[in-house]
Design a protein around this ligand. Structure first.
Ligand code: ADP
Length: 187
């Protein structure tokens, strides 16, 4: 499923983000950048030890929740990994939506700063951090749409959803946010 936003493409794919042939992929990291399961485990397994060596060397203090930091992508097809720290879900009244939006926005800013034309994003915070998928989808998509309405890059933003439930939640949210003009519609 895809839609156009000011001439840029926003896509939804179901699959494994580590296989994406894009300039940058986004990791669902923790604030210590310490390694974990889910997306993070898959990225470090497939990307090799160089990614963790670089995060340890360049970001010994980790990364605050709601932000992201960049490294090279080791053996992955991408050029960069942006390690984004989403919030742990605590019921929705602890600023989770702003922190989740901030993490996504920082990844898009990093893409611009690193000259990336394409970026793949996972559903941050929706695994171990338990953010409800439908709410996370609305926050993620509306943040990307707002960014693409204000910036000329990246040309391609692709959410890569791991399972059919996540894909369905993002597809429903995208239709809601774009007024039902997707797929192939224009915002
Ligand atoms: P968090 O700690 O931010 O919740 P997780 O990695 O536990 O991060 O989960 C985030 C989302 O990524 C979940 O929806 C999970 O199903 C999904 N996911 C897990 N592995 C992959 C992968 N290889 N590619 C894309 N998405 C993945």
């Amino acid at each position: 499923m895809q839609t156009q936003i000011h001439g840029r493409t926003l896509e939804l794919h179901q699959g494994d983000i580590t296989l994406e042939q894009v300039d940058a992929i986004v990791n669902a990291a923790n604030s210590r950048l310490a390694g974990g399961g889910g997306v993070d485990g898959a990225i470090h397994r497939r990307g090799g030890p160089a990614i963790m060596e670089e995060t340890n060397r360049r970001y010994p203090d980790g990364c605050p929740t709601g932000a992201a930091v960049a490294t090279a992508a080791g053996e992955l097809p991408a050029k960069y990994v942006f390690h984004a720290v989403g919030p742990v879900w605590a019921g929705g009244q602890r600023g989770e939506a702003d922190l989740l939006a901030g993490a996504y926005r920082r990844c898009l800013e990093l893409a611009v700063e690193h000259g990336c034309r394409s970026i793949a994003l996972p559903a941050l915070s929706t695994g171990a951090y338990r953010y409800p998928m439908d709410q996370a989808a609305r926050v993620g998509l509306s943040t990307v749409i707002a960014f693409l309405q204000e910036h000329a890059q990246p040309d391609l933003v692709r959410f890569v959803l791991f399972d059919p439930g996540a894909y369905g939640a993002f597809a429903a949210a995208l239709e809601e946010l774009t007024g039902g003009v997707s797929p192939g519609g224009t915002v």
